[in-house]
Design a protein around this ligand. Structure first.
Ligand SMILES: [Zn+2]
Length: 241
C-alpha cells in the first residue's frame, strides 16, 4: 500500500500496465444470449459494433448467402485458437466487415483486414498471417525462403493455368496435391509473373504460401503435416503453439 494519511482524500487504484490492448472483456452476445470474449473496448464502442452487426444482418438477409458468423464471433473464436505470444507478435488488429464482398483480404499498406460475408475464424487467421509476414519481413528469413523456394522449384509456366476469378486473373498450379489448397499455389498475374527466359514462377507474386499454411495449421494440422511437413515444422517453431 502507498502511504495514506488520515483525513486526506486519497484512494488506491489498480494499475494494469501501459498497454491495455491484450486485455479482453466478456460480453453477452445479444443474438445467442451466450457470453463471449471480445477485444478490450468501452460499452459505447461495443454498442456501436452491435448496430453495425445488425445492419449487416439486415443486409445479409437480402443476399442468398447469409453471414456465417458475426465479426466479433470470428474474432473471439480466433483468439481462443491463437497463443498469446503470437497475438503479441501480430499487434493491434484493425478489422472491418464488408458483406458485399465474397473474400476476406488485408490492405498491404494500412494492414486493415476486411472480412467478407463467408468469413470464419480461419479466414481471419489467414489474414493475420499476412499481417505477420509483412510486419516480420518473413521474406528475409533464410529458413522460410529455403522451404518456400524448394516447394516451387522445378515448376514452370506450363504447370500453371490461368483462372478468371472474382478478384481478377491469377495463375494456379494444375496439380495441387502437394499443397494444402489450390489457393496456396496462387500466383498473382503481372507482366513478370514468370521469368521471361526460363519460365519459372516469380516468388514475389506467390503470396499465399505462408498464410494458407498458417490457416491449415489451425484448421487441419494433420493435413498440413501430411502435405508439407517442412512448412508445418517451420510454423510450429516460428509461431510456437
Ligand atoms: Zn491471402
Amino acid at each position: 500500500m502507498p502511504p495514506m494519511h488520515p483525513n486526506c482524500r486519497s484512494d488506491i487504484q489498480a494499475w494494469l500496465g501501459e498497454d491495455y490492448a491484450p486485455l479482453r472483456r466478456r460480453a453477452r452476445n445479444p443474438e445467442t444470449g451466450k457470453s463471449e470474449l471480445i477485444p478490450n473496448m468501452s460499452y459505447k464502442e461495443w454498442l456501436k459494433l452491435q448496430e453495425d452487426e445488425n445492419n449487416q444482418n439486415l443486409f445479409s438477409n437480402k443476399t442468398s448467402n447469409p453471414v456465417k458468423y458475426s465479426t466479433h464471433e470470428i474474432y473471439a473464436r480466433a483468439l481462443t485458437l491463437l497463443p498469446q505470444k503470437l497475438l503479441d507478435a501480430i499487434g493491434p488488429i484493425d478489422i472491418i466487415r464488408d458483406n458485399s464482398v465474397r473474400y476476406s483480404s488485408i490492405n498491404a499498406e494500412t494492414l486493415r483486414i476486411t472480412l467478407g460475408y463467408g468469413a470464419d475464424e480461419y479466414h481471419l487467421i489467414h489474414e493475420l498471417a499476412h499481417k505477420l509476414e509483412i510486419e516480420q519481413n518473413l521474406r528475409s528469413n533464410t529458413e522460410f525462403m529455403r522451404i518456400f523456394s524448394n516447394k516451387f522449384a522445378g515448376l514452370t509456366k506450363k504447370d500453371y493455368e490461368l483462372i478468371d476469378g472474382p478478384t481478377g486473373k491469377y495463375w494456379v498450379l494444375k496439380d495441387t496435391t502437394k499443397f494444402v489448397s489450390p489457393y496456396q499455389t496462387r500466383l498473382y498475374k503481372r507482366f513478370d509473373s514468370f521469368n521471361l527466359f526460363n519460365r519459372k514462377p516469380n516468388l514475389d507474386f506467390h503470396l499465399e504460401y505462408f498464410s494458407e499454411g498458417v490457416r491449415m495449421y489451425y484448421k487441419n494440422p494433420n493435413k498440413l503435416a501430411k502435405t508439407d511437413i517442412e512448412l508445418y515444422n517451420f510454423i510450429n517453431k516460428y509461431l510456437g503453439r
